[in-house]
Design a protein around this ligand. Structure first.
Ligand code: MTE
Length: 318
C-alpha cells in the first residue's frame, strides 16, 4: 500500500493461556458481548508446533463473527500479511520474520501519564486477562479477513498508567532494528513505523492489544509479541510489534501520513463512501472467497463507534 509501490505488489510463550483459562474467558465474553462469538478451531496446533506450519481450516460451524461471517483460514491469516519492516510482498514476512526475537520484549508506556511503566511482555500477559475477540479486518487495499484474536482492551493498560488531563492522543511505535528487520533499510519509509489514536478511540472497548490469534501466541509476521487491533479502521492503523506507547497532547504523525499525506489521513476509518486515490473503498475481496462484497461503514462496527465522530466531516477527516 506504500506510496511508491504498485498496487499489484502491495497490497514462546512464558505465560501461555491455559486451556481452562481460555475457555473460562471465552464463555464469559460470549455471554457478555454481542460483538463476540465464541469459537476455537478443533484442530488448533499445539503451542509447541511451528507457527507457520499449515493445518486444516477450522470448522466453519460456530466459527464466525457476529454477522455470521466465517473465520479466515489460519494459513491465510499467517501467510498473507503486510509487514513492511520485512517485505513489501505478502508472503515475504512469513519467512523473513521467522527469527525475530520476541522474548525478552518490553513495551515502554510513558509521556503524559502519572505512572509511566515499562512492561515486560510476560507481565502484560499475566496482568491482563486474555480474551478471544473475533474481528473483521479490512485493509485499505480492499481485501479483508475475519480473525480470532487473543488479547485485552488497551483501555486496561492505559488506566494503569493514568493519563493526565493533558493527554489527548496515543502514539505507538514498532521496534526499530534494521539488523533484524531488513525492510527498515528501505530509506523511502520513515521507520520506525508509528501510528496514533485519539484518546477516546484508544479507550474504546473494541480497541485491543493482541498477543495471539487462533488460540495461540502471535506469529512474528502478524506482529508478535504484541500489536494493536482497531477493527473499525483500515488495517494499517493496527501497528505490529509495539515497543513504545506514549500519551501525547498533539495528533501524532503516522508513518503513512508522513509517506503519503494525500493518501493517508489520521483517522483511517473504514468508509465505503470515501475512496482512496488508488482504491475504491465501496467493495472488498474477502480472502478465501470469490467475488466481492460490499464494504460496511466502520467495517460493520457503526453502532459501537459512530458516536466518536459525531459532527465530523468524514471525507475531510479521512
Ligand atoms: N505494522 C507494522 N509495524 N508494519 C507494517 O507494515 N502493516 C499494516 C498493519 N500493521 C504494518 C503494520 C497493514 S498495511 C495491515 S493491512 C495490517 O498490519 C496487516 O495485518 P496482518 O498482516 O496481521 O494481516
Amino acid at each position: 500500500m506504500g506510496v511508491p509501490i504498485k498496487p499489484s505488489e502491495i497490497t514462546p510463550e512464558a505465560v501461555y493461556i491455559s486451556r481452562r483459562r481460555f475457555f473460562r474467558d471465552t464463555a464469559r465474553l460470549a455471554a457478555a458481548s454481542l460483538i463476540l462469538s465464541a469459537c476455537r478451531p478443533k484442530n488448533t496446533p499445539s503451542p509447541a508446533a511451528d507457527a507457520s506450519a499449515a493445518y486444516p481450516a477450522p470448522a466453519a460451524t460456530g466459527c464466525a463473527d457476529e454477522l455470521g461471517d466465517a473465520l479466515t483460514d489460519y494459513q491465510d491469516v499467517t501467510g498473507y500479511t503486510n509487514y513492511y519492516e520485512f517485505s513489501t510482498d505478502k508472503s515475504g514476512p512469513t519467512r523473513l520474520a521467522a527469527n525475530l526475537t520476541t522474548s525478552p520484549w518490553s513495551v515502554a508506556v510513558s509521556g503524559l501519564v502519572d505512572q509511566p511503566h515499562t512492561f515486560d511482555i510476560d507481565e502484560i500477559k499475566a496482568l491482563f486477562d486474555q480474551e478471544e475477540r473475533i474481528y473483521r479486518m479490512r485493509c485499505v487495499e480492499a481485501w479483508s479477513m475475519v480473525i480470532p484474536w487473543i488479547g485485552f482492551p488497551l483501555k486496561k493498560l492505559l488506566e494503569l498508567v493514568k493519563p493526565t488531563s493533558d493527554a489527548k492522543f496515543v502514539r505507538f511505535e514498532t521496534l526499530y532494528d534494521p539488523e533484524q528487520m531488513p525492510g527498515q533499510k528501505n530509506s523511502f519509509f520513515p521507520f520506525p513505523y508509528v501510528e496514533g489514536l485519539r484518546l477516546d478511540e484508544a479507550m474504546h472497548s473494541l480497541t485491543l492489544l493482541a498477543t495471539g490469534l487462533y488460540g495461540r501466541d502471535l506469529s512474528p509476521q502478524n506482529g508478535a509479541p504484541v500489536r494493536l487491533v482497531v477493527p473499525w479502521k483500515y488495517g494499517f492503523k493496527s501497528i505490529k510489534s509495539i515497543v513504545k506507547i506514549d500519551l501525547v497532547s498533539e495528533m501524532p504523525v503516522s508513518l503513512w501520513m508522513a509517506s503519503g499525506p494525500n493518501e493517508y489521513g489520521f483517522y483511517a476509518n473504514v468508509n465505503p463512501n470515501v475512496p482512496h486515490p488508488r482504491w475504491s473503498q465501496a467493495t472488498e475481496r474477502r480472502i478465501g472467497e470469490s467475488g466481492r462484497r460490499d464494504t460496511l461503514m466502520f467495517n460493520g462496527y457503526e453502532d459501537e463507534v459512530a458516536s466518536l465522530y459525531a459532527g465530523m466531516d468524514l471525507a475531510v477527516n479521512f
